[in-house]
Design a protein around this ligand. Structure first.
Ligand code: GLN
Length: 196
């Protein structure tokens, strides 16, 4: 572990893994793809990418990563989830499938495909605490319907909560890895540096 160049994994089961690896590198981290439980041990943080949360959940079970990753998060591993990754980090999920599994970690209730019911994808400017104005891309995105007392709301779009932090855990409804603007990844890297 180093504090200057943290080693951050990107869960590489499905979704936009390459874009997160590139964004993390632009933000000053060493970024590695993670597919096996034994790869969790030497990480300073992990990113859970966007994609499809039901599929990522199934693959977490198949690759025997669900429990080890849950335990690592409970033990304090910093994690950042974008879109499907936000769903996977929520303690409560609405509009999931009956057999859907997820990790949990952030005391929030997330509704899947909430924006997607209105419009499949859109771009908008979000004012993010600690980051500033951010051009955000939403794709069949969830929103956060409720948060517990330990959760800090970092940003909203159309009055809905779309970015949150709880201790070492960060989540956004949108995909900062798709816009070439590394500031959300820089925020996560600085959270990881604070902790390690
Ligand atoms: N709607 C997707 C889900 O439920 C998330 C979409 C995304 O990650 N772009 O997993």
């Amino acid at each position: 572990m180093t504090t200057s160049t943290p080693r951050i994994g990107v869960l590489a089961l499905q979704g936009d893994v390459r874009e997160h690896l590139a964004a993390l590198r632009s933000a000053g981290a060493e970024a590695v793809a993670v597919r096996r439980p034994d790869e969790l041990g030497d990480l300073d943080g992990i990113v859970i990418p966007g994609g499809e949360s039901t599929t990522i959940g199934k693959l977490l079970v198949t690759f025997e990563l669900l429990e080890p990753l849950r335990k690592a998060i409970v033990a304090g591993l910093p994690a950042y989830g974008s879109c499907a990754g936000m769903i996977l980090l929520a303690d409560r999920v609405l509009d999931g499938t009956p057999d859907q599994v997820w990790l949990g970690g952030i005391d929030m209730t997330v509704r899947r495909n909430a924006f997607g019911r209105q419009v499949d994808s859109f771009e908008g400017t979000v004012e993010l605490d600690g980051v500033g104005e951010f051009d955000a891309v939403f794709i069949r995105a969830p929103w956060v319907e409720a948060v517990g007392p330990e959760v800090t709301v970092l940003g909203r779009a159309a009055d809905k909560i779309v970015a949150v932090r709880q201790g070492p855990l960060l989540a956004t409804s949108f995909h900062p890895e798709l816009t070439g603007d590394p500031r959300v990844h820089e925020l996560f890297v600085s959270m990881v540096r604070e902790i390690c």
